[in-house]
Design a protein around this ligand. Structure first.
Ligand code: FES
Ligand SMILES: [Fe+2]
Length: 438
């Protein structure tokens, strides 16, 4: 457990807040490219507690500017997308993608007042289906060369979903390898042929054992955590009765992403992006090391579970996440259906909007969470001491050359589980149709 003061420091995201300032030193997912696909590419974005509007101008370039018009505060999401910018419908003030006011059609003809009017604006970059924004000071950092950015657009599918809770508890479920044996337990095993696009439904690598069975039968993983240049590498070992070891490698990418295996074909890179202190979006990039991703199918599977335009899940706390005690006794551990996203959503939302960590009791399996909080505290301290260059991936390392990260399930025949995991990764990369060399 930690003090209330520390909990506030680690969770609050506003400008000037300790964790908010750390998050502002990294590119943040702001919207899906899908959201800009319609006739009028204008999307409201609330990110790190700031209300913004994202739009694509007539030159095809993106702008991310303040939501409220600097004149008298009208909502620019209702703006007129015209004349290569966004025009406020209240009195016609017109802004370009840099947030500069370029015209005030109701002011006297000779007025130069618009030259002094500037709304907030942030740099944005589109990468494989996600628009990223940089909201910190100075030059934005380079993008790491992770697989999800390195793979061609055909091999990456992006989606998002809203969770009604603070970003840190959302992230913490992703660095907790033990929960999969319980929260995501299926009491029956499904045919792995029906597993496309789903987590934990494939067979465990090089075995005929469904992942569901393996997780169910081996609930006490041995967890190792290593610090890396991008964050943390978490290795969960499950020692099987026949002498072999199942090795599952997942990662924490600083500050708020994870990279985990989904199936033998795909990995998931997932950010837990603060909307404000009490809400966050998960943004996922599903990266295929084999065939191009079947995006229509992936999108259709997920749109069935979400409402547009805000990507709020249809199962949520207002309908008890679809909880069915019958199902809980015979099919799933939660009674909340087969979609593991719903399980995670319940697990992170039911703690309360911001988990009260003064009352928690961390066990041995929470080692990833303990390491991560230590890293975040170190980053907060560094920033407060003016040592920005002590932050992960802002410390002068060649960020663009960071590849991977290795993220897989493997079976070790001997005690050398490290080698088994690395070999399985090398094999997948060697057979990959795009250049996945590390
Ligand atoms: S409030 Fe926007 S132009 Fe007046
Ligand atoms: Fe989970």
């Amino acid at each position: 457990m930690i003090s209330k003061e520390l909990n506030d420091q680690l969770t609050r995201v506003g400008r000037g807040q300790p964790a908010g300032e750390v998050l502002r030193r990294y590119w943040q997912p702001a919207a899906l490219s899908d959201e800009l696909a319609g006739n009028r590419p204008v999307v409201p974005v609330t990110l790190l507690g700031e209300k913004l509007v994202l739009f694509r101008d007539e030159q095809g370039k993106l702008g991310l500017i303040g939501r409220h018009c600097p004149h008298r505060g009208a909502d620019m999401c209702f703006g007129r997308l015209e004349d290569n910018g966004l025009r406020c419908p209240f009195h016609g003030w017109h802004f370009n993608r840099d947030g500069q006011c370029v015209e005030q059609p109701g002011e006297p003809d000779a007025s130069k007042m618009h030259e002094q009017i500037q709304t907030s604006s942030y740099p944005v970059v589109e990468k494989n289906g996600i628009v990223f924004a940089y909201m910190g000071p100075g030059e934005p950092p380079a993008f790491p060369g992770f697989d999800c950015f390195h793979a061609p657009e055909t091999h990456v599918f992006a989606f998002k979903g809203l969770w009604e809770c603070n970003w840190l508890q959302a992230l913490e479920v992703g660095i907790d390898p033990a929960h999969a044996s319980f929260l995501h337990r299926f009491l029956q095993d499904e045919d792995p042929k029906d597993s496309y696009g789903k987590q934990f439904r494939d067979e465990a690598a090089d075995t005929k054992i469904p992942m569901t069975k393996l997780l169910r039968e081996y609930p006490r993983p041995e967890i190792h955590v290593d610090e890396t240049e991008y964050g943390l590498k978490l290795t969960a070992l499950r020692h099987l009765k026949d002498g072999r070891t199942h090795v599952r490698v997942t990662n924490q990418i600083f500050p708020e992403a994870i990279c985990i295996p989904m199936s033998r074909e795909m990995t998931i890179t997932q950010w837990h992006v603060p909307v404000d202190d009490q809400n966050c979006y998960w943004y996922s990039m599903f990266t295929s090391f084999d065939k191009p991703v079947n995006k229509e199918m992936m999108r259709e599977q997920r749109l069935k579970e979400h409402r547009l335009p805000d990507y709020a899940p249809l199962k949520n706390k207002r309908n008890n996440y679809g909880y069915d005690p019958e199902e809980q006794s015979s099919e799933t551990y939660t009674g909340m259906g087969m979609d593991i996203n719903v399980h995670d959503q319940w697990a992170v939302e039911s703690l309360g909007a911001v988990q009260d960590r003064t009352k928690e009791h961390l066990g041995k399996t929470d080692i990833g969470i303990i390491h991560y909080r230590r890293m975040l505290r170190a980053a907060i301290d560094s920033l407060q001491e003016g040592r920005e260059n002590a932050l992960p991936m802002r410390n002068g390392c060649n960020v663009g050359s960071i590849r991977g990260p290795l993220s897989n399930d493997a079976i070790a025949e001997s005690k050398d589980w490290q080698q088994a995991s690395e070999r399985s990764d090398e094999e997948r990369r060697a057979a990959c149709p795009w250049d996945a060399r590390v």
